[in-house]
Structure formats: structure tokens, C-alpha cells
Design a protein around this ligand. Structure first.
Ligand code: PXP
Length: 246
């Protein structure tokens, strides 16, 4: 499936196209089309496309997911809640990767990492069919050693480290401390055999220090890229972000 030859030494960018669908849904018609955005993002150098099929379908809808599956040739990452409905859809759709995220109806975006301790035994059973189907699984967690250990024990292939707290810190010292926490978590996760990616709240200004965290293979970015694309176009917005991380 992987058609673009990305240099493994360079950090990759996965582009989340949910907010193209948010804009489309504002009119409930056809434009802009998230699938067209995905193809353009891939052409501009994205190593993967991310979408979150929410229970309330507020952005990506079932039909978008099917069309994305047919169109995406790099890597499709389906973010989803740990529900039987999502498990069924994901196993039918066969993305290359699923990312388990906590989901609350009332939130504006994903708040906080997956509470792996509270859901551990369900999680173990939940992940098994994905392994059988050859679909990689990732868990969106806080940069925390216990969460990393439990992710590995539950059978996840990757962890996505939540960078939301880092992104929200207004104070330089606090931000540097949070970055250190992310770096330590990335080193630890890699040392126990997990692949490591990161995301949430990353943008053109706060992403630079991540270049130094070589354990993080990929960053997953949505809002900042789509917001920038409104002014400079998606091709330029994707390329600009890739230039910064590589
Ligand atoms: N990673 C995960 C697991 C997410 O839920 C999101 C938001 O959908 C992102 C990354 C991207 O976050 P942002 O839109 O802030 O770049």
C-alpha cells in the first residue's frame, strides 16, 4: 500500500482532514471534499491521512471513510472510540492503522489521552481481531510510563503521545518541561519496542523542537494545517509543515 518512499530518518507528517469535512458539512452539500483534500495532501508529501469517525458523525461520515479507503494510497489512520460499532466499521474498512481515542459527545476535540488503566481488560479483547486482520493499532495516550507499559501489554503496535498539554502551555519553562516529558516517554516507548508518533495541538510555531525527538517517527496534525490552507492553499500548507519537520 505504501507508494511514497519516505526516508525513515526523517519525521513524517500525517494530515488529519476532518476539518475539510467540517467545512463541507456547514452547507451539508459536497464541497470541499475530504477525499480530494486527502489526495492533494498525499501529493504534497503527507505520509498518511488521518480521519476520526465520531459517534455523532460531526465531520467525517461513513461514506467519506469508504471513499477515503479506496483513494488513499499512503496510509489511512482511522481514529475511533473503543465501541463495537467502530470495531465493526474498522474491520470492514481495513485502514492500515486504527488509533483509539477517548470520545465524549460534548467535547470540541479529543480531550486528554485514552484512560488505559480503566479499560485495560476490554482493550485487550478489542485489539485482538485487528491483529488477526493485519491492521496496526495505536493508542492515543498521555506521555506516561504506565500508559506506555499497558499499551504494549495490551498488544498495541504504536502509541500516539498526546501533545495537547505541551501545545497549551503559555509559559516557556512549563512548555520545556512538558517537552521533556514527551521526549522521555518517546525514548521509553521505543525502548520497549513500540513505534512512537505524536499529535494534538501542534502547529507551525510549536512543532520545531520535535525535530530533535528522533524517537517520534510521525506527527499527526489537522487543525493548524487546514486553518493555514484557507489562506495559502492545502498544497503550500502541507509542504510548509514538512519543510519545518524535516
Ligand atoms: N491526534 C489525535 C489522536 C487527535 O484526536 C487529533 C484531533 O482530531 C489530532 C491528532 C490532531 O489534532 P489537531 O487538529 O489539533 O492537529
Amino acid at each position: 500500500m505504501f507508494t511514497i518512499d519516505h526516508n525513515p530518518a526523517l519525521m513524517r507528517l500525517a494530515v488529519n482532514i476532518d476539518h475539510i469535512a467540517t467545512l463541507r458539512n456547514a452547507r451539508n452539500e459536497f464541497e470541499p471534499d475530504p477525499v480530494a483534500a486527502a489526495l492533494l495532501a498525499e501529493k504534497s508529501g503527507a505520509a498518511g491521512i488521518v480521519c476520526h469517525l465520531r459517534e455523532d458523525r460531526r465531520h467525517i461520515r461513513d461514506n467519506d471513510l469508504q471513499r477515503l479507503r479506496r483513494a488513499v494510497t499512503t496510509k489511512l489512520d482511522l481514529e475511533m472510540a473503543m465501541t463495537s460499532e467502530m470495531q465493526r466499521i474498522a474491520l470492514q474498512t481495513k485502514p492500515e492503522l486504527i488509533t483509539l481515542v477517548p470520545e465524549k459527545r460534548e467535547e470540541l476535540t479529543t480531550e486528554g489521552g485514552f484512560n488505559i488503566k480503566a479499560h485495560y481488560s476490554t482493550l485487550v479483547e478489542f485489539l485482538k481481531p485487528f491483529k488477526t486482520a493485519g491492521i496496526e493499532s495505536s493508542i492515543f495516550i498521555e506521555p506516561d510510563k504506565n500508559a506506555i507499559d499497558l499499551s504494549a501489554k495490551a498488544g498495541a503496535d504504536l502509541v500516539e503521545l498526546h501533545t495537547g498539554s505541551y501545545a497549551l502551555k503559555a509559559n516557556d519553562d512549563e512548555r520545556a518541561r512538558e517537552l521533556q516529558r514527551i521526549h522521555a516517554a518517546a525514548i521509553y516507548a521505543k525502548s520497549i519496542g513500540l513505534k512512537v508518533v505524536a499529535g494534538h495541538g501542534l502547529n507551525y510555531l510549536n512543532i520545531s523542537p520535535f525535530k530533535e525527538i528522533t524517537e517520534i517517527e510521525e506527527v499527526s496534525i489537522g487543525h493548524a494545517i487546514i486553518a493555514h490552507a484557507v489562506f495559502i492553499g492545502l498544497d503550500a500548507a502541507v509542504k510548509e509543515l514538512i519543510r519545518i519537520i524535516q
